[in-house]
Design a protein around this ligand. Sequence first.
Ligand SMILES: [Zn+2]
Ligand SMILES: [Zn+2]
Length: 323
Amino acid sequence: MHTADDIKVLAYYAITKVDDPQKVIKEHKSFLEECQGKGRIYISEEGINAQCSVSKENLENYRSFVLKNFPQADIKIHDHPVHPFAKLIVKYRRQLVAMDKEVDPLLQGVHLDAADWEKMIKQKDDNTIIIDTRNDYEWKVGHFEGALLPELDQFREFPEYAEKLKERYDTDKTQVMMYCTGGIRCELYSSLMLKLGFKKVYQLKGGIIRYGLENGNRAWKGKLFVFDDRMVIPISKDEAEPIAECQFCKKSADSYYNCANMDCNSLILSCPECIELKKGCCCQNCLETGRVRPFSLETVKTPFRKLSFEEKQRLSSKEPIGA
Ligand SMILES: [Zn+2]
Ligand SMILES: [Zn+2]
């Protein structure tokens, strides 16, 4: 039996000079292999970016190991009953955040903690914009009050989006508030905004995850999209109403599924009833002509099963005892 906090899901990064990335990768990998950790960890000369999970018993050991190597890392932790990652990847990636542009790491926005960030949102005037530096499908299921819908399908496209913002807003007057999931994207994107000439740039320290852990939902609406089997999670223990709707019936919903047509695999935002009715497919064409894997809410396994943990519980509680 799994309990809700058997597994600790960690997110952290550090931007710092790493002299011998290959050595750090090797040590990190064997440490996590030994304690059966899972996740995705990228290391380069510029630092580390990690999303991973370890058992409750291994948390303290792993935390000290990370802090010994990267004392500046702000480790954010969520509970989960099982590992949300299928495997362990620890590898070299030159760019910790995918972006086809070099940035000056010395140019930095003002880092705001959760409380100051919230205060600034509450006082927001016409000269302030809140930029969500994630993808549009992430924004859809959850975002800060007043945040602009990002006009990008891939955050790699951020530099283009930034150019558009420069045309639209006065770079001297506009206060730019920016945020992302864990904070690392804004480390680079804030630099880019400053380079483009924006004078007042603020970034949320530790991202949405840190905000949720410290401030609850307050200025936040909906849930958080994450790139693992959990897919969509609440950011705090506060109740979070879905802010998105089922793309088929328009009922409120915030679960994503991948289209059951293996050649399509596109993201579908749906309520459980509709996705079952559509047999897991995004459209009639996928259902009739695609290579469709069998779909059932009860039996589809991750990574294709994209129900939130809460939803799985809700579903399983509906099942008759003994089923
Ligand atoms: Zn629906
Ligand atoms: Zn499809």
